[in-house]
Ligand binder design. Structure first.
Ligand code: F6P
Length: 357
């Protein structure tokens, strides 16, 4: 009989509990025991915080947002700061984490996290702890997997927000600017913007010009459509401009503020009444969509299978409707960005969406 550990690390997202439930169900079929660590990797440090995850504890959690284990994107294990610079986990911290796993007789550790947390997982693996990764992020910016769970739920939230903004924008003939998450990638803005009927979508990958955005608003007016919805990714920037940040936390820039800047320019250039909405953490909360529940469950089951196959240092990945695996080392060095030439961008342009370029 094996005993495996699992933890959720980094920013939370819908679908984490579906993964935990999938892990426990697959493990219990093999008669393995599952230990869940609290608050990400922090739970590995004294005073160690953990609980047994069994069928009873994980019953009825699939539809719950967040994570029953708690998580953090701060603390002793931060492996990525600033614009992606990697840092080394202090050796004494690694020693303590190893001691915890030895004390609890954990044979392997499943790390559910994004780019930063998987980088930490890789350092644990290099320190001799058998690690399996499960990629997670609403940003969908990991190259090694076609999709991460949480993304679809975030896109659904953006779509719902745009539906709501649409009716009030129409009533007042206003311009509404919606700032959405995604960090340095524009996936949430692109998919949410298309699904919610956005007229302008501004992405980090396609630097924009305020006058071209203003022209798109003027064109809407001349077409008789007197309201305009503008979706701005938090990492979007003007041509020759820089990403805006609202704070620094654990050495990392927290992006934000571009929505207000776009709204001010639009108002000044077009004379239209303009309002801004920053969707923020609503995109990370709430119940996972059907797709995220299924993807999360498949990832959880696949992670247990990788332990059975002793494919340590690998993470599960979604490609062409199949769950495959890739080495974590390979995965964490590649960020997936929207290609300005992609079919999705072309489709948006074909339905008249402006990217401000
Ligand atoms: O990576 C997920 C994400 O939600 C980003 O889209 C966003 O920039 C960031 O995390 C927000 O982080 P925090 O929860 O620390 O404010």
């Amino acid at each position: 009989m094996k005993r495996i550990g699992v933890l959720t690390s980094g920013g939370d997202c819908p679908g984490l509990n579906a993964v935990l439930r999938g892990v426990v169900r697959a493990a219990s079929n093999l008669e393995w025991e599952v230990i869940g660590f609290h608050d990400g990797f922090e739970g590995l440090l004294p005073p160690i915080q953990w609980e047994v995850l069994d069928l009873k504890r994980t019953a009825g959690i699939m539809h719950l947002g967040g994570t029953i284990l708690g998580t953090t994107n701060k603390g002793h294990f931060v492996a990525k700061v600033g614009d992606g610079t990697r840092t080394h986990i202090p050796p004494d911290v690694l020693v303590k984490a190893k001691a915890t796993l030895a004390e609890l007789r954990i044979d392997a550790l499943i790390v559910i996290g994004g780019d930063g947390s998987l980088s930490t997982g890789l350092q644990l693996q290099e320190a001799g702890i058998p690690v399996i990764g499960v990629p997670k992020t609403i940003d969908n910016d990991l190259e090694a997997t076609a999709m991460t769970f949480g993304f679809d739920s975030a896109v659904a939230c953006v779509t719902d927000a745009l539906d709501r903004l649409h009716t009030t924008a129409n009533s007042h003939k206003r311009v509404m600017v919606l700032e959405v998450m995604g960090r340095h990638a524009g996936w949430i803005a692109l998919y949410g913007g298309l699904a919610g009927g956005g007229d302008v979508i501004l992405l980090p990958e396609i630097p924009f010009d305020h006058e071209i955005v203003a022209n798109a608003v003027r064109k809407r007016d001349s077409d008789g459509c007197l309201s305009t919805l503008i979706v701005v990714a938090e990492g979007a920037r003007e041509r020759n401009g820089r990403e805006r940040s609202r704070a620094v936390s654990s050495g990392e820039n927290k992006l934000g503020g571009i929505g207000e800047a776009v709204a001010a320019e639009v108002a000044q250039r077009t004379g239209k009444e303009t309002r801004t909405c920053v969707l923020g953490h609503l995109q990370r909360g709430g119940a996972p969509t059907t797709l995220d529940r299924i993807l999360g469950t498949r990832f959880g089951v696949a992670a247990v299978e990788l332990i059975a196959e002793e494919k340590f240092g690998h993470m599960v990945s979604y490609q062409n409707y199949q769950i495959l695996d890739v080495s974590i080392a390979e995965a964490v060095h590649r960020i997936k960005l929207v290609s300005p030439e992609s079919q999705m961008v072309q489709t948006c342009r074909a339905v008249g969406i402006s990217f401000g370029d």
